[in-house]
Design a protein around this ligand. Structure first.
Ligand code: PEP
Ligand code: MG
Length: 324
């Protein structure tokens, strides 16, 4: 199988029905960057920035972060990197920020909520990112946005940081895209203005699924209870795809399911055209996509939903077996 993947590394993930899916990789460390070439990923669809904060015993300096982000961009060369601002709280606690005693940390003071309530860290990180660009194009997204106001406020911080960089005489990105992670169901129902305002959206399937089914992603007892290929969840994702299409908003999916071949094929069949995953999954996902007819798969999914199936998985597996 490894050889099979190597032979398609430079080839696009174009399906039998002629649709091309962008395959990107998730990263979080400098050490992940060589995988960009080895895996054949088109870029980094999610660069998690928590690790640089978690490995220190005090808040990293802006200059340290900027140097790291700049090296990430150097290593990516002309490939796109989507940096996600700090997503702490919940399962990721910084040793130098007093942990909050929260009964439900996953639903608590985390990610952009911390960034907006204590904007010092967010501002510092935005400056570090902008400065790292040295004029190169840049994509930045905010984690765990639950309502339009939060995105507006975060984008306002970005605009202020840009202005400040200009005044200080630093070169700013020649092109800057500002996006959001869609990982709370509420954002799927945000006003049209949100969808028009945001440059791109990335579905954080791990969190989105946990909140959709109200099932803790860390809890072994309930984690596997609900299938990603559950008809309700796919229908929900389809709604997001439609809203993005209506407002011409770029949409990708960056949760763990993007790296699972059968799930990835179904996400593509639901209309998602960009998937970001761990580097080792690019080969297997590309392999299945290149052999599949998304229209046929979509038909199978629709028939299974009409039949009242809870999950389309059995029908999809049956279809895939017959195809191979
Ligand atoms: C997600 O929630 O799907 C996601 C990609 O973010 P994280 O796993 O870092 O919460
Ligand atoms: Mg998440």
């Amino acid at each position: 199988a490894q050889e099979r993947y190597a032979s398609i590394r430079e080839k696009p993930a174009t399906t039998k029905c002629g649709k091309t899916i962008s395959l990107l990789m998730n990263a979080g460390l400098m050490a992940d960057l060589p995988s960009l070439q080895d895996s054949g990923a088109e870029g980094v669809g999610l660069f998690r920035t928590e690790l640089q904060f978690l490995v220190r015993n005090k808040m990293p300096k802006r200059s340290e972060l900027s140097a790291i982000y700049s090296r990430v961009l150097d290593a990516a060369q002309d490939k796109r990197v989507v940096f996600r601002t700090l997503d702490i709280g919940s399962d990721k606690v910084l040793p130098y920020m007093k942990p909050n005693d929260e009964p439900n940390p996953a639903l608590g003071w985390r990610a952009i909520r911390v960034g907006l309530d204590k904007p010092g860290v967010l501002r510092m990180q935005l400056q570090a990112l902008l400065r790292a660009s040295k004029g190169r194009p840049m994509s930045i997204m905010f984690p765990f946005v639950a309502q339009y106001e939060e995105f507006k406020a975060a984008k306002w911080e970005m605009e202020k940081a840009l202005e400040r960089e200009r005044i200080l005489g630093h070169s700013v990105p020649e092109h800057l895209e500002v996006g959001a992670m869609l990982e709370t169901p509420s954002l799927a129902f945000a006003p049209d203005q949100f969808y028009q305002d945001v440059d791109f959206l990335s579905i954080g399937g791990n969190d989105l699924k946990q909140f959709f089914f109200a099932a803790d992603r860390e809890n072994e007892r309930v984690r596997r209870r609900y299938d990603t290929l559950n008809v309700s969840f796919l229908t929900f994702l389809e709604g997001i795809v439609k809203r993005c299409a209506a407002s011409n908003t770029a949409l990708s999916f960056c949760g763990e399911d993007a790296g699972r071949p059968v799930e990835a094929a179904c996400l593509a069949a639901m209309g998602i055209r960009s998937l970001s995953m761990r580097p080792a999954s690019i080969g297997p996902v590309k392999n299945i996509l290149r052999g599949i007819d998304l229209d046929g798969l979509r038909q199978v999914i629709e028939t299974a939903s009409l039949n009242g199936d809870q999950s389309v998985r059995p029908a999809v597996m049956d279809y895939l077996r017959k195809q191979s």
